[in-house]
Design a protein. Structure first.
Length: 487
């Protein structure tokens, strides 16, 4: 069992007495503060220890909010494993996370029991939290607030930020901060996996639970890793880390499981060099050793339909690999860049269908509905020459990849009016069909913009944050806390 710290009961906010229901007694209720204003602990006890099965909390949204309540259900097994339920005396602690800071939160607690008849005991508590000064995160410029009549498939967004040591930051679609990291780390590489936040620090992978407890998962210096960069993306079995090594800069990916074990390694330098040699080209004209950033890998995704790893190389293209062998399947990119000058790589290039623009300097590849979605920054290469085209605007784009015709067809894009140019970083992700969140990290080089689109194409919200390079929110993705089960 992982060690954890729980705020002492001395950090008492209030004391409630709950009337017993027939057949079930719930003891006195105490509220203790968590490590941040967004986390509190409800401490109580149950008399029917054998019958206790689950605890659930529900945080009501603020007045006039269009967001759904945060609803989280803890299985008894989860609470016992983390030391939150004592099967000897019935003492129970319920971590409540996602609270609003600096206000009274209406929280409903439900406790489930089994026996001759399954039943649920419920009670309400008011949790008043301390204020939180999150700088620009607490004070965005509201270009458009969440539209009351707008229906979105998501209500919470993970901001992958590294300007402050509070990675990651969770906001809701009202732009309220609802959670901040407790690891003391400002890291671009973070993600939600196995019901926790994973993030990197130096050569290490860390895990932060929703209750704020952080534990080290693994250190990878022993296999030549010198650091991690950019993103943590979902893979086939685990998550994919973007690694720097003693030999290669931003061109190695590791898939690891929840306990940090390395499942697979992809070395793009070796994969591409082998393909170039097989095609009669000299890879030394394209592939370079560390510290040269010849590839600049910034995101990966798994394509389930053909078991592929899809990798974004900002300097060059989007490249698809066979997940197990690493063999190249196809390449999608700007044909005016350096890579296209090599016949060995050009042989993998997908044909662009009519009215289809290639991605340039893209980020945040994903595969919703088996289509390739990405943020097309529109900025040419920094290292590889010729650098290819540079546009004066950026655009989220989606492509249908037809391997039979070996063709890419652009099926969707979003062009705001006026246009926005975000030359580096940035992201777009789709939740339910046509429900997007867009992150203009370097919006016109003056702001970081977080924009939501609903299924009808409406701008559901538009918030702007103070620019701190790519550090304010280099990437943003939807998460779901409206019906979370922790088993």
């Amino acid at each position: 069992m992982k060690m954890r710290l729980i705020a002492p009961l001395g950090a008492l906010l209030c004391l409630l007495f709950i009337a017993a229901e027939p057949g079930q007694i719930v003891g006195k209720v105490k509220l203790s503060e968590g490590p941040t204003p967004f986390i509190s602990f409800v401490n109580t006890s149950v008399s029917d220890v054998a019958g206790f099965r689950f605890a659930q909390f529900l945080i009501s949204p603020k007045t006039n909010s269009a967001t759904r309540p945060i609803k989280v259900r803890y299985a008894r097994s989860y609470l016992e494993a983390r030391g939150y339920f004592d099967p000897q005396n019935g003492n129970l602690t319920i971590p409540v996370f996602g609270l609003y800071a600096g206000r009274a939160n209406r929280v409903k607690i439900n406790l489930g029991f089994s026996g001759r008849f399954d039943h649920v005991t419920g009670f309400g508590v008011n949790i008043t939290t301390p204020a939180y000064d999150g700088g620009t995160y607490s004070n965005p410029t509201v270009v458009q607030s969440r539209l009351p009549g707008t229906t979105l498939s998501y209500d919470f967004i993970l901001l992958k930020a590294f300007a402050d040591p509070v990675t990651p930051i969770i906001i809701d679609t009202d732009a309220e901060v609802r959670w901040v990291g407790t690891a003391g780390v400002g890291s671009s590489a973070s993600g939600l996996f196995d019901n926790a936040f994973y993030l990197t620090s130096g050569t290490s992978l860390l895990r932060t639970e929703f209750d704020g407890v952080t534990t080290p998962v693994a250190d990878y210096s022993g296999i030549g890793v010198t650091g991690f960069h950019h993103n943590i993306d979902p893979g086939r079995e685990g998550v994919i880390l973007d690694a720097d090594t003693v030999d290669q800069t931003e061109s190695v990916n590791l898939e690891v499981d929840a306990t940090g074990n390395v499942l697979r390694t992809w070395k793009l330098a070796d994969i591409i060099s082998a393909a170039m040699i097989a095609g009669g080209d000299d890879p030394s004209q394209f592939v370079f050793h560390a510290p040269t950033d010849w590839f600049h890998n910034n995101a990966c995704t798994y394509r389930i339909s053909d078991d592929s790893l899809i990798v974004s190389s900002r300097e060059n293209f989007v490249i698809a690999l066979d997940y197990d062998s690493g063999n190249i399947k196809w390449i999608l990119g700007d044909p005016t860049k350096h890579w296209y000058e090599f016949p060995s790589l050009r042989a993998f290039a997908l044909t662009l269908a009519p009215d289809t623009l290639p991605p340039i300097g893209q980020h945040a590849v994903s595969m919703p509905g088996d289509q390739l979605l990405l943020f097309d920054d529109g900025t040419g290469s920094n290292f590889q020459q010729p650098p290819g085209e540079t546009r004066n605007y950026s655009a989220p784009r989606k492509y249908q990849i037809d391997l039979g015709a070996f063709e890419a067809t652009e099926t969707w894009h979003y062009y705001p009016d006026p246009s926005v140019y975000s030359p580096f970083c940035s992201s777009v992700y789709e939740d339910a069909p046509d429900n997007y969140v867009i992150d203009y990290t370097l919006g016109d080089n003056i702001f970081t913009g977080i924009v939501g689109l609903d299924a009808l194409g409406n701008v559901a919200f538009n918030y702007r944050y103070e620019l701190n390079g790519c550090g304010t929110a280099w990437n943003a993705i939807q998460i779901h806390w409206e019906d979370l089960r922790l088993d």
